[in-house]
Design a binder for this molecule. Structure first.
Ligand code: FES
Length: 402
């Protein structure tokens, strides 16, 4: 007997918002394969999980030339895990990295009957042929945008703001976190839009940068770093196409998978502007904000994010413009914690640019209130008091600071 998962719609909770028929679409509509993509994506939490212990008929699949039998009605990713392939949350070598599991990031893609496809949402089928070595294929990712941006992100240098547009940006689908107040959920949980290669994204952004006459090209999400191969290639192409020294190639990240070797690879590829948003300083707050329930994983993500800030500051102070983001809403963070965060950043370097984001009600936290401009100014005052020199707060009236 094995345990399987099945997701069902709770009709009493469903609001017919159509998110699951337009943006996060089931890739196995006739038989739930327990991928849980719809469970994570439903804005009204109208999906319930049923755990089943049962015997299932088996299907035959061929993986890298070897034949296996696996239970029917599961994802390709689970089948690969069952036959011994290593599946990870972090982008690691010799593993299948599956960080979002909602079909947006394409990091888990394998060749299925010769076509690149996402293993996390694709059902196994009898006779399927799978190859896990995809290095010879262009990576893919769902991309929204580009759009010109008048304020930029947490690491957009404050002294560049004030022009009509400060950068052009794309937002990529898929995230390794499950924030109930995800500020961009229609991008994060999109598994439907046709994906782009890094070359296609770099070409269109370069065109937009020239058209809007801006210095910055930004990538945000979702979480850009969770498809490592795609992101590194994207920065390489961008740098090749944008050789001017003052062009800012800007990565906006939660920092949770940005380990030192990955940061080195990104900087070598041409990224020279990085924003990191560690979401908190206490693991309990991090878990509340991000929806990550596994404490060990939450701790690892949180530490990786803070270590990334220090590593970038210490190693790349000359080459990379660094910004730190702090999410604020009194529903999930106290002013004491804001002070602690400020002290930790000031301890690394008082000159790091800090941008506090006033998290507004959206997605699964429509019950919270957007912080008022005066609350945000109180937050700014605390951060200035601990010594931080360049603090910007996002408010409903626009950005204020430094
Ligand atoms: S893990 Fe499969 S698409 Fe992100």
């Amino acid at each position: 007997m094995m345990e399987f998962i099945k997701c069902v719609i709770d009709k009493k909770v469903c609001r017919d918002c159509n998110f699951c028929t337009t943006t996060n679409i089931c890739h196995s509509p006739n038989e739930c394969v327990g991928c849980m993509s719809c469970y994570w994506a439903c804005p009204y939490e109208a999906r319930k999980i049923i755990y089943l212990e049962e015997e299932r008929p088996r299907v035959r699949i061929r993986v890298n030339g070897i034949e296996y039998e696996v239970p029917k009605g599961i994802t390709v990713l689970r089948a690969l895990e069952l036959i011994g392939y290593r599946v990870t949350r972090f982008p690691e070598k010799d593993s299948i990295s599956a960080p979002c599991r909602t079909g947006g990031c394409w990091s888990c893609a394998v060749l299925i009957d010769g076509e690149l496809e996402r293993s996390c949402i694709t059902p196994v089928r009898d006779g399927m042929s799978i190859r896990t070595d995809v290095d010879g294929r262009e990576p893919l990712r769902i991309v929204h945008g580009p759009e010109p941006h008048s304020v930029g992100g947490k690491a957009t240098p404050w002294y560049e703001k004030g022009y009509r547009y400060v950068e052009v940006a794309i937002w990529v689908a898929g995230c390794n976190l499950r924030c109930p107040q995800c500020q961009n959920y229609h991008v994060t949980y999109d598994n439907t839009t046709a994906p782009m290669t890094p070359l296609e994204a770099a070409r269109i952004l370069t065109y937009y940068r020239k058209y809007f006459k801006v210095k910055g090209i930004a990538i945000s999400g979702g979480e850009p770093t969770i498809n490592r191969r795609w992101l590194v290639e994207y920065f390489k192409y961008l740098r090749e196409m944008n050789k001017e020294k003052d062009t800012r190639l800007h990565l906006d990240s939660n920092g949770t998978v940005l380990k030192p070797d990955y940061i080195d690879e990104l900087v070598n590829a041409g990224c020279n502007n990085i924003g990191v948003e560690p979401k908190g300083i206490r693991v309990e707050t991090f878990m509340k904000i991000t929806g990550i329930k596994n404490r060990d994983l939450a701790e690892e993500y949180l530490n990786t994010s803070w270590n990334a800030i220090k590593y970038i500051r210490d190693k790349y102070i000359e080459e990379v413009y660094l910004g730190v983001g702090i999410p604020y809403n009194s529903a999930f963070m106290t002013l004491d914690e804001i002070r602690e965060i400020g002290e930790r950043i000031a301890d690394i370097d008082e000159s790091i640019q800090v941008c506090v984001l006033d998290y507004f009600p959206i997605f699964r936290r429509r019950d919270i209130k957007r912080p008022s401009p005066s609350q945000m100014l109180e937050v700014k005052k605390i951060l200035n008091e601990v010594g931080l020199k360049f603090v910007i707060v996002q408010t409903s009236l626009g950005h204020i600071g430094p």
